[in-house]
Design a protein around this ligand. Structure first.
Ligand code: HEC
Ligand code: HEC
Length: 291
């Protein structure tokens, strides 16, 4: 005999424990159907799509769908689409690149992307540089600021094992015993005077004699620098290693001689060219020599 609970209107089940009885409240129909549909859906999904992990592999599903394959197919298509313009960029003369808006846009966009991936760790994401790593936005160049010179620096690098790498070595004057600490202190005062910083005139006077003898061959008589040797201009306000007495003393005593990899060994010719165009565009780019 079915009993009905008067408060809820639900059926009361026939069992009873210590006077406690249970109402019969079945799941709502819509809920049950939704549940059954999801069960059927999941089984169908296992069959069609990649689903179950197995040792060293997984069930591929009848569609054989793969996000990874889709992405690599897309990358291949993009690379194919880029090839003609990338080839054109590699073959172009510097002057042609800047007068061809489509090629210029392509070079700047890919140069910016390759720069973020490869150069930002040392030169900063805005190419602003760090101590020991030159700022590439300014018009102060160690090795030259024309498109061709920048490209050569990037392709072959600086002070590395590549035969064509940019090369020069400032001597470590104290380590080598060429100058003693007092003499270095004098050259430091002279270098401070070159860039108009506070200095002791007496010491700078002695330093200028030492400079002419030991430093001018690379940094120039007046300290204006020499790009054929990557020797920085010491008369401007831009410093690779710092302008303080301590920084100057350390550089002159021990030398730094920073190095950069030869990117032509790692990146495609089109990427190197695009990087050169990008760096050249950052603000300090110079015209080609002879133009
Ligand atoms: C491992 C650190 C490092 C990375 C990475 C690096 N550079 Fe350099 N780069 C240097 C150093 C150090 C110098 C300065 C060398 C010297 O003292 O002459 C330099 C110099 C340069 C110069 C010459 C600047 C001038 O004033 O003449 C250019 C141009 C340049 N880098 C571009 C790049 C580009 C483009 C990339 C990315 C493909 C890159 N660098 C990645 C360390 C790095
Ligand atoms: C053989 C060439 C050579 C000679 C000689 C030489 N230098 Fe240098 N000097 C360089 C180069 C190259 C650099 C940059 C190297 C680097 O990447 O650290 C440099 C860097 C410096 C710097 C750091 C500049 C900055 O922007 O931070 C100072 C200061 C300096 N030299 C002073 C001197 C003084 C003083 C002497 C003489 C006692 C001297 N140099 C002799 C080649 C030379």
């Amino acid at each position: 005999m079915q009993k009905i609970d008067s408060a809820t209107g639900s059926e009361i089940r026939s069992h009873e424990w210590d006077g406690i009885q249970e109402l019969n409240t079945p799941l709502p129909r819509w809920w049950l159907w939704t549940f059954l549909v999801t069960v059927v859906w999941s089984v169908a999904y296992w069959v069609v799509m990649p689903a179950w992990p197995m040792i060293g592999s997984y069930t591929k599903g009848v569609l054989n769908w793969s996000q990874r394959d889709n992405v690599s197919a897309e990358l291949k298509l993009t690379a194919q689409a880029r090839r003609p313009i990338a080839n054109r960029l590699v073959a172009a003369l510097p002057a042609d690149i800047e007068s061809d808006p489509q090629m210029l846009e392509f070079a700047l966009a890919s140069g910016r992307a390759v720069f973020k991936d490869n150069c930002a760790p040392c030169h900063g994401s805005g190419a602003q540089g760090f101590v020991g790593y030159p700022n590439l936005n300014d018009d102060d160049w160690l090795w030259g600021g024309s498109l061709g010179e920048i490209e050569q620096t990037i392709r072959y690098g600086v002070r590395n094992a590549n035969d064509k790498s940019r090369f020069s070595e400032m001597p470590a004057f104290v380590k080598l015993g060429t100058l003693n600490r007092t003499q270095v202190a004098d050259t430091v005062e002279f270098v401070l005077s070159l860039s108009g910083q506070a200095h002791s005139a007496d010491a700078a006077g002695r330093g200028s004699v030492l400079f002419a003898e030991h430093c001018a061959s690379c940094h120039g008589e007046g300290g204006q620098g020499d790009r054929t040797q990557g020797a920085p201009n010491l008369t401007d306000q831009i410093w690779l290693h710092g302008k303080s007495r301590i920084a100057l003393t350390t550089v002159i005593s021990n030398a730094r001689n920073g190095s950069m990899p030869a990117w032509g060994e790692r990146l495609s010719a089109a990427d190197v060219r695009a990087l050169a165009v990008y760096v050249h565009s950052l603000g300090g780019g110079e015209p080609e020599p002879g133009q």
